[in-house]
Design a binder for this molecule. Structure first.
Ligand code: SAH
Length: 206
């Protein structure tokens, strides 16, 4: 998976590649899909949600430029796979999932596998997680119509956010939001992607 799907497409961060090799993806995919867990596409995880294609997980992780001392927020825990990939790369991962049974299952799998720097919460991540802000980086794995203001606010100066933005069930843009030391925010389009829509507070502004 790592050589053919990820390194071959230009992901060069060795720490990210090592994390992608180490995490047992078959433990996170939906029931009955374990045999296909390492294939080059997204897979169902139940409740109408999906675990992203391995390459997209690696790309988003690399864009965050994770460092050992970082505190990261993820919106859209889903299976917990992305959080598991981040776990060995940073100090702490805070992850929020709006579908409670998914949050519970992800927390259980992450716990069983010993990813003990990951904290899972069931709830709406549209407003971020103010109690643990500011974050060195934020990764959003469900697509809102526009970048939620609260998430930009909870990004530390010097921080990076990776987020798919765009209309429901259409092609979205993966964007890199960078907050400079002086607070200036820049927004760069990285790639066209397709994610499930962000629900909760995000759906009120559509
Ligand atoms: N990162 C996940 C993929 C998740 S798919 C993984 O590695 O498996 C996107 C997830 O975002 C879905 O589980 C969906 O329920 C969740 N989601 C959608 N809107 C949300 C919101 N407002 N707050 C938190 N989670 C949300």
């Amino acid at each position: 998976m790592v050589e053919r799907q990820i390194a071959a497409r230009g992901i060069g961060d060795q720490r990210v590649l090592a994390a992608m090799r180490a995490v047992p993806r078959h433990r996170f995919v939906g029931e009955g899909h374990a045999a296909r867990a390492y294939e080059d596409h997204p897979l169902p995880i139940g409740h109408g949600q999906t675990i992203s294609q391995p390459y997209i997980v690696a790309l988003m992780t690399e864009l965050l430029e994770p460092r050992a001392e970082h505190r990261v927020l993820e919106v859209g825990t889903g299976s917990g796979y992305q959080a598991a990939v981040l776990s060995p790369l940073v100090a702490e991962v805070y992850t929020i999932e709006i579908v409670e049974p998914l949050a519970r299952r992800a927390a259980k799998v992450l716990d069983e596998l010993g990813y003990d720097n990951v904290t899972v919460r069931a709830g709406d991540g549209y407003a971020g997680w103010p109690e643990h802000a500011p974050f060195d980086s934020i990764i959003v794995t469900a697509a809102p119509d526009r970048v939620p203001e609260a998430l930009v606010e909870q990004l530390r100066p010097g921080g990076r956010m990776v987020i798919p933005v765009g209309p429901v069930h259409a092609l979205q843009e993966l964007r890199l939001i960078e907050k400079a030391a002086d607070g200036t925010v820049t927004d760069t389009m990285v790639a066209p992607v397709r994610f499930v829509p962000m629900t909760g507070g995000a759906s009120l502004v559509r």
